[in-house]
Structures are given as C-alpha cells and as structure tokens.
Design a protein around this ligand. Structure first.
Ligand SMILES: *Cc1c(COP(=O)(O)O)cnc(C)c1O
Length: 441
C-alpha cells in the first residue's frame, strides 16, 4: 500500500466509535448496530464509493432513527381503537407518568414507613374512586388475562355457566369456549343463540357451579327475536347449599361509566349496580389507557383472584400502573377525544388540508373499532385521495415524513382526520404533500 493510497486514510473502527456523534449513537442504538454501520461505511470507502473523511457521516446516515423498530403512525383510518396500530394512544398525562416511572419508583414501597407496600396502590385507588360501586380492584396484563384469572380462581375443576348467545370469538384467536377450557373449568352452556332466560341459568346452577359468566358480545349484533337475561336477574342465583353464585361480567370495552355517544356499550358502574359480582375489562379500548385487564367489584371475590397463584404470573409492570392511574385520574384520553369529535368540529380541519392540496373533502363514517360498538357510525370528514397515494403514505420516501395510515373505500383513498391529534395536522399535511407529489397527481 503506497502512502497516497486513499485506503490508508480510512479511520480505524475504534477511533470512529470514540468520536462524539458515533459514541452518542451507540448509547442510543446499541454498540453493535453502530459498529456494523461503521464497517459498512469503511467498506464503501475502500471500494472508492465515498471519500475516507465521509465514513463517519455515512455510518450515521445508515443508522435507524430510533432503537425500537416500532414506527409511529398517524391514524387517518377513522377507526378509533385500531388493534393493528396499538389500540389506544396514551394521553400526555399518561406519557409523563410513564416517563416518571421508568427509573426506580415506589411501586411496591411505602415511603412514609420504608416498609414494603402493596403493589400499584395509586392505580387501584384511582379505579375505585372512578367506580365507587367497586369495593376493590385488581389490574392484570389484559382483558383475556382478567377473564382467565376470574374463571380459574372461581371455577377451576367446576362449571362456568354461559349463555349460548355469548359463545363469542373476540378476534385474534380469542374464543371464549377455548379460553375457559384452558383454565380447567367446564363450560355449561345454557339457552339458545338468540334467547336465554333467567330460568335457563337457574336450571343449570348446582353444587358444582363455580360462577356465572356474562360476556358482552362486543363485535357483532343479533337482531330480531332476541332476549338475554340481564345481570339484575342473575344476582341472586344460589347453589343447593344456599351459597350465592358469583356473576362475572366481561364488559370488554373498559368504559367505567356510561358514555352518551355509545348508549349500547356496557360500563363497569352500571354492571356492578345491576348485580355483577365482578366486572372484567380491557384498559386499552374505550378507557384509552395502556394494555391492561381490569377487575372491579366485591372485595371478597377480588381478593380471591388476587391471592390465586396465577395472579402473580399475570401482573402488570410499573409503566402500565403509571399510565393507567394517570388515564383514570384525568378521565381524558385521545380515544375519548376522537370518539367525541363531532362532524362540525372535524370539517374545518379536513377542509384546510384539502384546500392546501387542491383536493376535495367528503363526509365519512368513522368506527369505534377494537371489536367494540359494531354498527355505531361516527360521522366525520375526510380528504379524498387517489388509492395509490394511500399506499405511498404508508411508505414515505424520507425518514423525516411521518407514516400515515389512511383507508380505502369504494375505490377512493380517504384521510379521515378524526384520530389525528389537531396539533399534528401540519405533519399530516407534509406527508400528504410528499405522497401526492411523488405519485405525480
Ligand atoms: C376485547 C375483549 C376481550 C379481550 O380483551 P384484551 O384486552 O384484548 O385481552 C375480552 N372480552 C371482551 C368482551 C372484549 O371485547
């Protein structure tokens, strides 16, 4: 190698890794990925594709923007609780609570005495305050976990009485009969697909009954000759020895109190008032919080679940507890805002975007999503785009442009502003401009 050989001028890996920008990148993204990017850039310099002094910059340019491969998405689908993009976006208050909880935190410590405390008391207190009818609360990993824990603790080796009208599949492999079978409880089906009466339950309850389960059929509707026994009719079912049969109500969506926008959607307060012994629900559907499973209700029954060994395997981490408490205490969330946004509020936002792009607005119907409130339309407004543009929005050419998930309906691309936070409208506009410009429309 001669002195003038440019390859001699390529900086060594350890020198490059010690340079401030690459050292900072290594702290953020991990040393091995930065080392690989440096090696790639050195190879390019050896092949003469870049100058030796450009190696550090080329390595930096080749690195991803963040350590996680999860890509933030602007939700222009109009579907509020969209499972494929992480259901509920967290509120600012919840995000701040999560950040505070990322370090050491008193999640299981009483700072006033220095003794060990009960885990997650703040989140549990917030839930009890939000639902005064609940004497006690418990938080587990998700709605399915809450249901598994309830059936295991109350009915393993015994029977769970369920209406044939509630033998539901929630989605993504969640089939109620399979889930109950997995707990070692036996399913005792009563009634018919369209009609189940109190007497059907009463006839099935016996010495071997662990609990009655009422499941909200959240993702479909049956109409016509339909009847289902309400919780109030099931509250006093008794075994032959006179003991009361606990009634578990899986409400799914996680509404803590009634919401006028969704009059058909069950809520925890009403279910408990009507006679449910405990209610189970998800944290990241209509409550708008982190993924979690909530159990609310009678103290003795919640205690029975808390003391079951399975509870330890299903417990949530400090970040979930932090986000959940902040969501419940502020009673505000992006899900709530998107759900309650009216067509009149959404129209000027869609029109401003459309004007800037020389496109048209169209009235659309958003959806609650997440398997909830089927058939409840959410009237709103969207910017209409060619279908090819919708595809481009998902894969922007520049890393500085946010990824946008829009929807295609009747051969049109639709950018529904309902689930876009208003302070992101300009980011959305940038993404739309880029996608339209590069598709040549
Ligand atoms: C969504 C849902 C579940 C499952 O909850 P996850 O939090 O997704 O585990 C269970 N039951 C009903 C009625 C639901 O709607």
């Amino acid at each position: 190698m001669s002195q003038s050989d440019p390859r001699r001028a390529i900086a060594r890996t350890d020198v490059l890794l010690a340079s401030p920008p690459l050292a900072a990148a290594a702290a953020r993204l991990g040393r091995s990925s930065v080392r690989a990017a440096v090696a790639g850039a050195q190879d390019r310099a050896r092949r003469g594709e870049i100058d030796p002094e450009e190696v550090a910059a080329a390595a930096l340019a080749a690195l991803p923007a963040r350590a996680s491969s999860l890509t933030p998405v602007l939700n222009a689908t109009g579907v509020v609780v969209h499972t494929n993009i992480g259901r509920a976006p967290l509120s600012r208050a919840a995000v701040e609570a999560v950040l505070d909880a990322t370090g050491y935190v008193d999640v299981e410590l009483d700072l006033s005495t220095g003794a060990r405390g009960r885990r997650g008391t703040g989140a549990l207190a917030a839930l009890r305050e939000a639902v005064p009818a609940a004497q006690d609360a418990l938080v587990v990993n998700n709605g399915a976990a809450a249901l598994v824990l309830a059936t295991t603790a109350l009915a393993a080796g015994r029977e769970v009485v369920v209406s044939r009208g509630e033998m539901v599949e929630i989605g993504d492999g969640f089939r109620l009969p399979d889930l109950i079978a997995s707990t070692g409880a036996r399913l005792r089906e009563v009634g018919t697909t369209n009609r189940t009466h109190r007497q059907d339950y009463a006839d099935a309850v016996g010495a071997d009954t662990g609990c009655v389960l009422k499941v909200h059929p959240s993702n479909f509707r049956v109409e016509g000759f339909v009847s289902a026994a309400g919780l109030a009719e099931l509250r006093d079912l008794r075994r032959p020895d006179g003991t009361r049969v606990p009634v578990v109500a899986d409400i799914g969506s996680g509404l803590l109190a009634p919401d006028p926008v969704l009059p058909q959607e069950p809520d925890a307060a009403t279910a408990l008032r009507d006679g449910a012994t405990i209610v189970t629900a998800s944290g990241d559907k209509l409550l708008g919080g982190p993924q979690a499973g909530l159990v609310l209700g009678e103290q003795a029954t919640v205690q029975q679940l808390r003391r079951h060994p399975l509870a330890r395997a299903l417990r949530v981490d400090k970040l979930t507890l932090a986000a959940l408490e902040a969501t419940v205490r502020t009673a505000a969330s992006p899900v709530r805002e998107a759900l309650h946004a009216t067509a009149e509020e959404l129209r000027p936002r869609a029109e401003r975007l459309a004007r800037a792009l020389g496109r048209d607005v169209v009235p659309v119907e958003g959806r609650v999503g997440g398997g909830g409130a089927p058939g409840v339309p959410l009237p709103g407004w969207a910017v209409e785009l060619p279908v090819e543009t919708v595809e481009r929005l998902r894969r922007p050419a520049s890393p500085d442009v946010p990824v946008v998930l829009a929807r295609v309906e009747d051969g049109r691309g639709l950018v529904d502003v309902r689930c876009i936070p208003p302070d992101r409208d300009d980011d959305l506009l940038r993404a739309l401009r880029e996608a339209l410009g590069t598709t040549g429309v």
